[in-house]
Design a protein around this ligand. Sequence first.
Ligand SMILES: [Zn+2]
Ligand SMILES: [Zn+2]
Length: 359
Amino acid sequence: MRGVGKAMQAQGQWSGSQLEARELDSSCINDSHSGLDGRRGCWRNSGHALTVVVATNVTFRTPSAVDGNRRSVTLMGEKTAFLVTFHGVRGSTPCHGDDIVRYGGNTSCVSVLSPDNQPILFDLGTGLRYFGRECLNSGTKFVGTCLLSHSHFDHTQGLPFFSPLLHEETVLKIHGPAQDDGMSVKEMFDKLVSPPLFPVGLDRIPGTIDFIDTVDSDFMIDRVAVKARFIPHVGPTLGFRIEFAGKSIAYLSDHQQPLDGSHQLSDGAIELIEGADLLIHDSQFTPQEFQQRATWGHCTAEFAVWAATQYGVKSLALFHHDPSRSDDALDARLACLQGIGQQAGCHVFAAAEGMTVSL
Ligand SMILES: [Zn+2]
Ligand SMILES: [Zn+2]
């Protein structure tokens, strides 16, 4: 979600001269400038040469090609490690209109299924409601884990509308960051989901929700290895990386680019992104918009492509689209950025509501 505010003090150090995005098509890249500011999870220079990687065997399913039960593991081939479905891809606020029907208007929510592991959700935006409907269609309770990036509305608003929580055997674990003042994830949700902001409190929900305050850490969800790292945004924000059966997915939905528009990553972001098979990354702004909104906690799609190509990512899903971005505008941006990714062996696509990716 957009955060309007003053630049905050950097909480760490970075060093060295900044890396120019000279390998990339300059028509799509904002100029780099000197002088930096950062938030939690400071940026640092990579010093890496552009990495050329072989495209991964990621395959895509459009909504029209997906059957009525996207949760079914029968969709997975024998060697499929992850089945990733985008339920909400929009940043900041849900939106609708004839000009966004193809990419969709719900906010951040991605489900990840893998064989013999419980489902994993990235974030609880308004897209969660649609994932919940699919769970009920399958006739089962939901037992799974959410990796919550942060507390902004566009990542949390879907929780009270997640209908499997009406099933008393549903258990949802939520790993997310506590606030800087010590407010826990549970306290934050209790505040969000209670009168007068919501008709009832979370204690009236039949299902079980376990909240786990999470910091920089590595842990397991069944056989899926999870890495959580703080990344720069507005307020405490985590990015995640999950790995299973030799495949990896990195999720950095809201990621502040250095305020001067340059291209650098924090140590934590590098740990998450490096060599990922699929990177789902903030792509909210154009370079022109970023100049006006540099302190809002986000980045350009060009920055996402730079990060992906610089750190050997095989496929990049542009995510957290600005609510003002029309389908046609996104297509035009994508056409330009795909060419840049292709030069470095990275497949770039724009995440769309209902799209399923298997890897
Ligand atoms: Zn957001
Ligand atoms: Zn946010």
